[in-house]
Design a protein around this ligand. Sequence first.
Ligand code: SAM
Length: 196
Amino acid sequence: MNGDSIDAYETHARAFLAARDRSTVGVAVVKRWARSLPAGAEVLEIGCGGGYPVTRTLVDAGLRVFAVDASPTLLTEFAARFPDLPTECAAAQTAACFARQFDAVIAIGLVFLLDADDQAALIERMATLLVAGGRGLFTAPLEPGTWADVTTGHACLSLGEARYSTLLHGAGCRIVATRADEGRNNYYDVQRVERS
Ligand SMILES: C[S@@+](CC[C@H](N)C(=O)[O-])C[C@H]1O[C@@H](n2cnc3c(N)ncnc32)[C@H](O)[C@@H]1O
């Protein structure tokens, strides 16, 4: 396992909020994806952080967000900002995720924090959380590689587009598009289809 991303974010929660609350990186990509969903779609957000700017963008688009994050500090802040939204404080690897399926699942800044096995398991899990035809959006680079997370120093891991594509197809999903934001982060926009 490449360290514990949960401890890393809980330890650096205040520093993360101070930086991310002021950031608009990714908003345009998330807004575009949100607008492609049915009106009032129910969306599971895994790794929601403090909710600014991603959850804010989803809510402003009229989507109904259910949120999961493992950091008590970040989720407490999130709940203060979005008191009407259902939340679960749990690791993505073991979260109940409200024990239901969703029209869409989004995970921004999360997948590459996990080790390779947990990334594969999370992609499979996200697929099962989607209704047929449901949409997913997650960030991970196109190229394989490793780097240190800017806020926490946590060791991040990209499996690369070829491996993510294999995992997604194996989980019954197709890649609708890949998109880049102003911070050069890559987004996989995916859809659940029937398993082959
Ligand atoms: C880079 S931040 C992104 C937060 C938010 N999605 C955003 O774009 O501002 C990563 C988030 O994932 C959460 N996280 C890290 N490891 C996790 C895990 N194993 N399960 C659930 N959440 C996790 C952290 O607490 C943090 O909120």
